[in-house]
Design a protein around this ligand. Sequence first.
Ligand code: COA
Ligand code: MG
Length: 304
Amino acid sequence: MLASASRNRHRSAMETYRPRRSVLYVPASNDKALAKIAGLACDAVIIDLEDAVAPADKIAARGKLAGILANRPASGCEIVVRINALSTEWGADDLLAAANCQPDGILLTKVDTPRDLLEAGDVLDDNFAPDSVKLWAMIETPKAMLNIGAIAELGRDPASRLNCFVAGTNDLAKETGVLATPDRRYLVPWLMQMVLAARAGGLDVLDAVTNDFRDLDGFARECAEGSAMGFDGKTVIHPAQIEAANRAFAPSAPALAEARQVTDAFALPENQGRSVIALNGRMVERLHLTQAEKLLAKAAAIGA
Ligand code: COA
Ligand code: MG
């Protein structure tokens, strides 16, 4: 009976988990790249209307959204549209065009305050966008960093639609003057702040891109670092980066073996009703059981 309660907990954790290990930016202006989406193993794609699209191509790129969303890959990969900042000449029309195509998410850029999200949410509501259209937020401005707790708090209200943070370290480095070193030492405090705020708001949070897409060793190192920092996945810019991100943000074999030991131990008759047990010389509490169940559910959801 308790084993079945544990199975049920697994199932409910699994139902809410949506893998976002690798999230690929694809410029909406690049037909060759767009044609590749269906064959790629990323968990989500971000169709970009913002920085990857030149000003002269912005309107034509926006015009392609309907066709892209009408041909969603059968893999079930999430499709998110990144729009130009609402303060730009393109932002408002981008938001309307994206809302009409009903993607899984609309990624707002240059978000500074909770109000930016509330206003975008109002536009979606006024245009009858279904609740399935979520809002994602780039965290890439100094103001967003200062307001991050209040922004994340919106995640507790489903009506806000806020679902995911995306770290934008290229803009943060540009706006602050912080040096973007290979080990990201000056950016790490802000990245950790994003993870903390996201958890407080019940949001997913994705690590920033690695610009040097030919250096796959460096990329794997950065993925391992992002995973250890608590990110759910990594935004990537090139198909060659997908596999390493999928690997780094999936539960490792040793972590899964340990999780199974923990769930098995708590399922033993002598451990029923116990809050804390000893396992291999270590203290294990029920909070570790919850953590283990979440990890197993995650592995089941991605077929690991
Ligand atoms: N999505 C889908 N396919 C992509 C891709 C992407 N993001 N990036 C590259 N490809 C494809 C190319 O079309 C090419 O296809 P082909 O083999 O049929 O010619 C293949 O992968 C190999 O590409 P490659 O020649 O190695 O790279 P590139 O010089 O064509 O492109 C970039 C390099 C960085 C310009 C490109 O990867 C890119 O535009 N990435 C996204 C950038 C972006 O969106 N930035 C904004 C967010 S930070
Ligand atoms: Mg940016």
